[in-house]
Design a protein around this ligand. Structure first.
Ligand SMILES: [Zn+2]
Ligand SMILES: [Zn+2]
Length: 450
């Protein structure tokens, strides 16, 4: 088998999947993938291939404006019937309420779901399609996030961000005529979500080393290759250059395929995503609008790189780490979680306790590994993370927000997100590594503003 990084999109989504050296057979649920100018002409064919004759179309007023004229034309021309549901509020949240709206509007005569949109609409469509047991397709309207092809949906349940593992869409159509007209902020967000992959791949390898968690080099290589193509072309995003836009769309779709292949979000999401998740929860708690995922994630990537730049200079100390766990104050921990997560805290505490977040025996195991492999960890970081200045410079040249303050979060919010990241899910992050070393709570981060 040739490496994933050298396969075409069609080869990657082969229905029989790929028997990989990592021991898994990697398979994407995707049956039809079209990216490029005029791709929408293939939509009816794609729907036909996945057995859809009448679509329940999910849009919001913006995505309707961006793409519906082309989508409707393509459907009508091919005689594919449709019932539409348009979210009319400005900020659609991926929560129980939105999902309930779809249930109430659903036309049971439909045999497939068609999302016209990106982020939230795509996530809602995945969960809804899974719930009603129908195939789904998506027409991308913006290259803003990497969830198109992934089988996980980023949702809000009981006000907590959760990843639900449902089914991925069986068809994705990204017509360059549509995505290239997306608001510049969404193009920037797509780039931000891709830059995150430096940190997520780095963290995936470290997690594999320290916790023995599953890792696949072939999948990591696929993500690295598409990230490189994007960064090489990124300058062109400014002028909405088609090659640059298509590289981002392709990278985002490939990241989703990588997550489907790995059956975990590791290839595409690490600590940088947790800054975003927690800021999003803070915004919800405060009743403020939520910034685009990829914009937050881009900033989270810079923060994660800053953390590593500092961490690289530290020599871990066993005694300090052991003293930390022996004197660990469960009450103070609970207090901190409550202060950070507000009304979501109880659910987080319950899960964290059930998963043994502060379990001493597990800590000892990880600590032993971390100390033993410290040099290997530093080597991974050197291999995976580019120079901070390079990424910051690239983001600056494309006018991406660079700091939490740029999107309305202060130092305390950032520190709370940094400390709270390990509490949300049972996922080993760079901040988990700091916790194991007894360094997390005194870690001088973020740097005070200059
Ligand atoms: Zn593999
Ligand atoms: Zn993301």
């Amino acid at each position: 088998m040739k490496p994933f990084a050298q396969m075409s999109l069609q080869e990657l989504i082969a229905p029989e999947g790929h028997a990989c050296a990592c021991g898994k057979r990697h398979k994407a649920g995707l049956r039809c993938l079209r990216i490029g100018t005029g791709a929408l002409e293939s939509l009816p064919r794609c729907l036909f291939d996945i057995g859809v004759t009448k679509s329940f179309v999910i849009m919001d007023s913006n995505t309707r404006k961006a793409a519906w004229h082309l989508v409707e034309h393509a459907l009508d021309k091919a005689g594919i019937q449709h019932t539409e549901y348009v979210f009319t509020k400005t900020h659609v949240e991926p929560d129980e309420h939105s999902l309930g709206s779809l249930v109430m509007a659903f036309d049971p005569g439909c045999d497939g779901i068609l999302a016209v949109g990106s982020g939230v609409l795509n996530d809602l469509a995945k969960v809804f399609a899974h719930a009603v047991g129908l195939p789904s397709a998506v027409v991308a309207t913006a290259p803003s996030m990497d969830g198109y092809a992934s089988d996980n949906a980023s949702m809000i349940r009981n006000r907590v961000k959760v990843s639900l593992y449902n089914a991925c869409p069986q068809a994705i159509v990204a017509d360059t005529r549509v995505v290239k007209e997306a608001p510049m902020r969404m193009l920037q967000a797509g780039l931000g979500d891709m830059l995150a992959k430096y940190q997520s791949i780095c963290e995936w390898r470290i997690a594999n080393l320290v916790t023995g968690e599953y890792y696949c080099e072939n999948i990591a290589g696929l993500v690295r290759a598409s990230l490189k193509k994007i960064v090489d072309n990124a300058e062109g995003l400014k002028n909405r250059d088609e090659a640059a836009i298509e590289a981002v769309v392709e990278g985002l779709v490939l990241s989703g395929i990588a997550m489907s292949f790995a059956e975990v979000s590791r290839p595409a999401s690490g600590l940088e995503h947790y800054f975003s998740h927690i800021w999003e929860m803070m915004a919800l708690e405060r009743g403020l609008p939520v910034e685009l995922h990829g914009i937050q994630v881009g900033i989270g990537t810079l923060l994660s790189m800053q953390i590593w730049d500092r961490l690289k200079t530290i020599t871990p100390n066993r005694e300090k780490a052991e003293r930390f766990i022996e004197t660990f104050d469960e009450k103070a921990w609970e207090h901190r979680v409550r202060a950070t997560f507000g009304s979501a805290a109880q659910a987080i505490l319950d899960t964290a306790r059930k998963e043994g977040r502060n379990n001493k025996a597990a800590h000892k195991k990880r600590l032993d590994k971390t100390l033993k492999h410290w040099q290997d960890i530093l080597n991974i970081v050197a291999e995976e993370l580019p120079l901070y200045q390079k990424i910051e410079g690239l983001m600056k040249s494309l006018d991406l927000p660079l700091t939490p303050a740029d999107i309305g979060f202060d130092e305390k919010d950032t520190r709370d997100a940094f400390l709270g990241a390990r509490e949300i899910r049972n996922k080993y992050l760079t901040s988990s590594l700091l916790w194991d070393l007894g360094l997390l709570y005194d870690f001088p981060f973020p740097e005070p503003a200059k």
